[in-house]
Design a protein around this ligand. Structure first.
Ligand code: PBG
Ligand code: ZN
Length: 325
């Protein structure tokens, strides 16, 4: 062999066309899910501190948000209900009220765009007076009692017309309980997106302000995963698969790319990753100071999540990405 080196990887990096030809991962709007926050009242649109570009909107204004998601050909939307403070109680009753905020939002969204995949977040934390993801009994977050209420909340979303319900509470056994509750009422076609591996993370900060779901005491480490653990996350995922989850999710995304990759290698279900509020806010804040380029940083984060193995990404950048691409 004369000439050194014979293998030159730069050959395929020479032009845009060649780079595009050999690109291994892609970001497509159809893979992105947009989180939306829905509040009580009418004609209400409130900016969210820490989530620039996002607002809490009342149900009557949801139609515009949904139409935009359709126009941009996003993969779907993920609805979060934000009840008024006066409707919160120890039992999280507003979470599973028949005409609850999410149920009404689902009806409005389905009315605006029946075809757009509609996912609802199912949890108690925005509805409990104390902000925990479960109800409290004898000073503990009671697992099985919470699961019953979570199943009722999921059922109320399904009755309203949700395509997929997404329990995000991290109680044990909730996927099975939700599946049983849905099937018992004839909703065997409603799927479950399980927040299967959800970590006790610092990267939920802006979200908790947006959804008013900050725990008033303690933290979520008694139910969410320890950031140090990967095998435990894989057990969570395996259990949710056994309990008949349709899609499993890892959350947050950026600090857990190894978990996404390991999950990808092990399960054949569609795999989602949640690029959380804190991951978004960090880039927004740094970009505001001129320290990073927002577009480049966002696209790099998101392609990294796809490269790690996620099929679907829940991201606050969904609309921007659709416009950028
Ligand atoms: C509530 C819930 C949280 C998020 C989604 N559902 C916050 C939490 O667990 O405290 C986080 C979303 C984000 O930060 O973007 N169970
Ligand atoms: Zn919660």
């Amino acid at each position: 062999m004369s000439g050194f080196p014979a293998a030159r990887l730069r050959r395929l990096r020479r032009t845009d066309g060649l780079r595009s030809l050999v690109r291994e991962s892609h970001l497509d709007p159809s893979r992105l899910v947009l989180p939306l926050f829905v509040c009580e009242g009418t004609d209400r649109r409130e900016p969210i501190d820490g989530l620039p570009g996002h607002e809490r909107v009342s149900v009557d204004l949801l139609r515009d948000e949904i139409s935009e998601a359709v126009t941009l050909e996003l993969g779907g939307v993920l609805l979060f209900g934000v009840p008024d403070d006066k409707d919160k109680d120890e039992a999280a009753s507003a979470a599973y009220a028949v005409d609850g905020i999410v149920a009404r939002a689902v009806q409005a969204a389905k009315d605006a765009a029946p075809e757009l995949p509609l996912i609802t977040d199912v949890c108690l934390c925005s509805y409990t007076s104390h902000g925990h993801c479960g109800v409290i009994h004898d000073g503990e977050i009671a697992n099985d009692l919470s699961v019953e209420m979570i199943a009722r909340a999921a059922l109320s979303h399904a009755e309203a017309g949700a395509d997929l319900v997404a329990p995000s509470d991290m109680m044990d056994g909730r996927v099975a309980a939700v599946r049983t509750a849905l099937d018992a009422e004839g909703h065997e076609q409603v799927g479950i997106v399980s927040y299967a591996a959800k970590y006790a993370s610092a990267f939920y900060g802006p979200f908790r302000a947006a959804a008013s779901s900050n725990p008033s005491f303690g933290d979520r480490r008694g139910y969410q995963l320890d950031p140090a653990n990967r095998r435990e996350a894989l057990r969570e995922i395996a259990l949710d698969v056994e309990e008949a989850a349709d899609i499993v999710m890892v959350k947050p995304a950026l600090s857990y790319l190894d978990v996404i990759a390991a999950a990808r290698a092990r399960v054949d279900l569609p795999l989602a990753a949640y690029s959380t509020s804190g991951e978004y806010a960090m880039v927004k804040a740094a970009a505001e100071r001129g320290w990073v380029d927002e577009r480049q940083a966002a696209l790099e984060q998101l392609i990294g999540i796809r490269r790690a193995g996620a099929d679907i990404i829940v991201t606050y950048w969904a609309k921007e990405v659709a416009r950028w691409l």
